[in-house]
Design a protein around this ligand. Structure first.
Ligand SMILES: C[S@@+](CC[C@H](N)C(=O)[O-])C[C@H]1O[C@@H](n2cnc3c(N)ncnc32)[C@H](O)[C@@H]1O
Length: 257
């Protein structure tokens, strides 16, 4: 059977797509899912601390994972906190299928996945309690537009956790492997929307991206592998308008990064 994907060795797609995928993540979904599972760091404890109160999230808390890929964090959080509802959003239908299988294999009832573009979210403004963004900004076409959507859909007082790799070299390895796999497959590489080289942000670029929205509170942290932002939208409860210098921007300590 002729296919147009970098298939998992030994596996053939039952229903090859009518049109070749235009995304490397769609084409090499299985490879990315392996990297996510076994190669990349699991930030679940940091995410929980950043987004939820010490006594855990309130029942009905709505959480989005943007660019969720195989749904790693949506499933982890749903499993840990059965009282919340998580939705993973991604453009890759194959990664979304993997995410759904992951949720089903864990019998998660509070975890759903939706096909969507993070540049234009389907959620209403001020409707989401918490957002998780991991390894997404190095891939998207318009970072400011995505951050603006995050800000729009978060409710006043809502929080987001963003983790972006800092090392171009280490980030390039999985992406280069995906390009290589696609070259070795029957699909002619070069038509994918993703860059050949991961566009990792410098610390000043990351800070300036985060500052492009009027957060009530921002916490930035850097380590050798990742840069993090924990942002909170003004709760609207305090009528005092803060001057820029009053905004909190501080490094925070993480016990497990
Ligand atoms: C590097 S992966 C990160 C996946 C996951 N967040 C993680 O931590 O492993 C980037 C993901 O973003 C998705 N993606 C890229 N551009 C997107 C867009 N405009 N809208 C929605 N998802 C997008 C890709 O399909 C891929 O699953």
């Amino acid at each position: 059977m002729e296919t147009s994907d970098c298939e998992m060795p030994g596996r053939t797609l039952a229903h090859p797509p009518a049109h070749p995928p235009d995304s490397l993540f769609e084409s090499c979904a299985w490879f990315y899912a392996l990297c996510r599972e076994y190669l990349f760091r699991d930030h679940t404890p940091e995410i929980s601390r950043a987004l939820f109160p010490l006594d855990g999230p309130a029942p009905g808390t709505r959480v989005l994972e943007l660019g969720c890929g195989p749904g790693f964090y949506a499933c982890r959080l749903s499993q840990e906190y059965p009282q919340i509802h998580t939705t993973g959003v991604d453009l890759s239908r194959r990664l979304l299928e993997r995410a759904k299988s992951r949720a089903a294999s864990r019998s998660l009832q509070n975890c759903t996945f939706a096909h969507g573009d993070v540049h234009s979210l389907a959620d209403a403004s001020d409707s989401i309690d918490a957002i998780v963004v991991s390894r997404l900004f190095l891939i998207v076409a318009d970072r400011e537009a995505v951050l603006s959507e995050i800000f729009r859909v978060l409710r006043p007082g809502g929080r987001c956790f963003i983790a972006e790799p800092t090392s171009g070299f280490r980030t390039r390895i999985p992406l280069s492997c995906m390009w290589l796999l696609s070259l070795m497959s029957s699909s002619p590489a070069g038509k994918y929307r993703e860059p050949r080289q991961a566009d990792v942000m410098t610390a000043p670029d990351f800070a300036s991206l985060i500052r492009s929205q009027e957060w009530g509170e921002v916490e930035l942290q850097y380590d050798g592998w990742y840069q993090y932002a924990v942002c909170a939208k003004d709760s609207g409860k305090d009528p005092v308008v803060l001057a820029d210098s009053d905004r909190i921007e501080r490094s925070i300590s993480w016990s497990t990064v």
